[in-house]
Design a binder for this molecule. Structure first.
Ligand code: SF4
Length: 697
């Protein structure tokens, strides 16, 4: 018999940071189908293929359904939860006893609800004595976090999605939102002001194809270009002096600094023509409402923070911030990257607080009813420092939650070698077949999106709800329940007595946020979020227009003590790996399709999504290079860097410039090639450029 729904509810999608609302159709309380929500303020009735297929991937035979422990002959075999938990505690406590509390670390995610992240962060740091833990948000958003904190005084993306429809000039830097954030792109397409769309990207991406001005600059010359644009704006007096005087610091120093970025120099270093650069500046000047947007092309860079701040500088100096259709706007990656940024208890103490600040420690300890002495007085090591810590023998035990470093971490071969050195690796995941699960000593089966509840925070700071609408398969448990179980077996369950449910944790987090820039203490409960269609922070008190447009800095007040934003700048850094005779091409990586998500852990489980994307890795190569190397379309090639090699089918296309190649991030071997260098301030890996060679197989 056909399964006809008898009720409908809605919740937010669990893939990307857009945070679309999805109507989930239920039969006797269980989800059987979904459609995009038509009146949710984010997506206005649209969803991308990943959202449409969000239920399908829950039914996969690859789901992890029972705890698995590696036996004496090296095989993973099913065990009970009791055995799993006893082993977890015995092995990790044993390591801590022998090597110190710091010898166990965790790596988490931007894919689980905020309440789960907060419980994990509190459990590990306050209950288990773990000092170092980080999330995969280090791979996507760390740069934007640091850029905003230094410039604005808090990690505060200023915009609301309506800005896409209200700008008359939209500048997209290192951002292929047409496929990475397709619903945001739909909002650009709805813009009634016939906006100029400027795309700064080495590749002719799908977004660039729709631009009024595409600037295919040399890889990683963006910081130089942006300083050059600042100089042109200043020289022509195309700046907003009143705004600069009233709301910013250090403009005079910036003005003197950028004087060295002459048009000739910027053209030479970026590979753009002087006319293109001049036109870019003119369009910014001509715009009444100019919005600047960036994503991974900027963040995943060895100079990401200063590049992001070069974007912020342009918005500040032209007064394009705090008004409709403006802003220096970082688009987040994962569904709950912002929840992680504020509440994972890794880089910040819960709620954007500072581990090093005794007052902050006292405040959080008071809210949680714990002794402030258990709160570490320093931040965790960053992801790369944790990996390095394993290499140096400082970290011996690792707990990986809902992320896949054996696929996604930069310089993958070295990463796998390093993970192999651990005494004990625990992996908690929805699926039993990820590259990292295959390396685990203990696998904990987790429930997925739709099988548990909590909140997520999207790119425009909107807190949305996810709901439990299906049972998890087999013995899989919500991550929240697994963390509670660990607390009990570890012997610190009492510390988390008031963390009894995700909604109880939400109430605690509200208190943690009170008085901070991300204060959302005016939200009553989950029901209020549900009814409002999500609520943007800040929300310190109840108001009538929850779902309306709400952007930051409308009053020109920033979060530094003097209320002013800062101009920040420094010399661009040279490419860390330049092309050589042996490796003459620059490899770019990035999102390759709207249909796949990151390491494909979930999306490869859908036949529909698989069909929308080539199964075999492909490499984009310019026709001139293909001709010179006698590579024909569709032929297998070998692409290699100093660190590894892979097979990929040639996609011969003018989308990529001569001397450059492009391989999507989703394929398992892509990160065999990438170069492990990091932004010095954010420690974000620089995935976007390394030197490679290509030849016919
Ligand atoms: Fe989900 Fe993002 Fe697609 Fe919206 S755009 S349906 S949030 S994956």
């Amino acid at each position: 018999a056909r399964q006809l729904p008898d009720a409908t509810t809605n919740m937010v999608c669990g893939y990307c940071s857009t945070g679309c609302g999805l109507n989930v159709h239920l039969q006797e309380g269980t989800a059987v189908a979904l459609t995009p929500t038509t009146d949710y303020p984010v997506n206005l009735g649209m969803a991308c293929p990943k959202g449409w297929e969000a239920l399908t991937v829950l039914d996969s035979p690859d789901r992890a359904t029972v705890p698995m422990l590696r036996n004496a002959s090296g095989k993973l075999e099913p065990v009970t939860w009791d055995t799993a938990m006893q082993t977890f505690v015995e092995r990790l406590q044993g390591i801590q006893k022998q090597h110190g509390a710091e010898s166990v670390a965790f790596l988490s995610t931007g894919q689980i609800p905020t309440e789960e992240m907060a419980l994990l962060g509190a459990l590990t740091k306050f209950g288990m004595g773990i000092v170092h833990g980080d999330g995969n948000t280090r791979q996507c958003m760390a740069t934007a976090v640091v850029a905003y904190k230094q410039a604005f005084g808090f990690d505060a993306p200023p915009y609301t999605y309506a800005d896409f429809e209200e700008s008359d000039v939209i500048v997209l830097i290192g951002s292929n939102i047409c496929i990475a954030h397709p619903i945001m792109w739909e909002r650009v397409m709805r813009n009634p002001h016939d906006p100029e769309i400027i795309v700064v990207d080495p590749r002719m991406t799908e977004t660039a194809m729709n631009a009024s001005l595409h600037l295919p600059l040399a890889p990683k010359s963006d910081q130089t270009l942006l300083y050059g644009i600042a100089r042109i704006l200043i020289e022509n007096n195309w700046v907003d002096h009143d705004y600069i005087d009233q709301h910013t610091n250090d403009f005079q120093e910036f003005r003197e600094y950028v004087a060295q970025f002459s048009l000739e120099r910027v053209a030479r270093e970026s590979g753009l023509s002087e006319q293109q650069i001049q036109r870019f500046a003119e369009l910014i000047h001509d715009g009444k409402r100019v919005s600047f947007w960036w994503t991974m092309g900027v963040n995943q860079s060895h100079q990401g923070v200063r590049t992001a701040q070069a974007i912020i500088n342009l918005a500040l100096m032209t007064g394009n911030i705090g008004r409709p259709g403006t802003g220096a706007n970082s688009i987040t990656g994962q569904a709950n990257a912002m929840g992680s940024r504020l509440f994972s208890n890794t880089t910040n103490l819960l709620g954007g607080h500072d581990f090093a600040n005794p007052e902050h420690r006292e405040k959080i300890a008071g809210i949680l009813g714990i002794n402030s002495e258990v709160i570490p007085t320093q931040n965790s090591w960053a992801y790369d420092e944790i990996i390095e810590g394993i290499l140096r023998g400082k970290i011996k035990g690792l707990w990986v939650i809902c992320t896949n470093p054996a696929h996604s971490w930069i310089n993958q071969t070295q990463c796998r070698d390093i993970l192999d050195r651990l005494d004990f690796l625990v992996v908690q995941d929805m699926y039993g077949n990820t590259e990292t699960v295959q390396m685990a000593d203990l696998v904990l089966p987790a429930a997925g999106w739709g099988e548990k509840e909590g909140t997520q925070i999207n790119s425009e700071r909107r807190i949305g709800l996810v709901k439990k609408l299906r049972p998890a398969p087999g013995q899989a448990l919500a991550d929240f329940s697994i963390f509670k179980l660990v607390a009990e077996y570890w012997g610190c369950g009492d510390m988390f007595a008031q963390w009894e449910s995700p909604e109880a944790v939400f109430q605690l987090l509200k208190e943690c946020s009170r008085g901070t820039p991300c204060d959302f203490s005016g939200i009553d409960d989950y029901e209020m979020i549900d009814k409002a269609g999500g609520i943007q922070w800040p929300y310190p008190e109840k108001r009538a227009d929850n779902a309306g447009e709400r952007r930051l800095f409308a009053d020109g007040e920033f979060f530094h003590a003097d209320g002013k934003a800062k101009f920040l700048f420094e010399d661009p850094r040279p490419l860390t790996e330049k092309p050589t005779h042996r490796y003459p091409f620059i490899l770019l990586t990035g999102r390759g399709t709207v249909a796949q998500w990151h390491t494909q852990t979930r999306t490869r489980q859908s036949a529909v999504l698989r069909k929308l994307y080539p199964e075999n890795p492909f490499v984009e190569i310019n026709p001139a290079d293909a001709r010179a190397l006698n590579i024909r379309p569709g032929e297998w090639t070998i692409v290699e860097s100093q660190r590894g090699r892979l097979r990929a089918k040639a996609m011969v296309t003018h989308a990529i410039k001569a001397g450059q190649l492009f391989i999507p991030m989703h394929y398992e071997p892509t990160n065999r090639l990438t170069d492990p260098v990091f932004d010095p301030y954010s420690r974000q890996p620089s995935y976007k450029s390394c030197a490679v060679n290509i030849s016919r197989e």
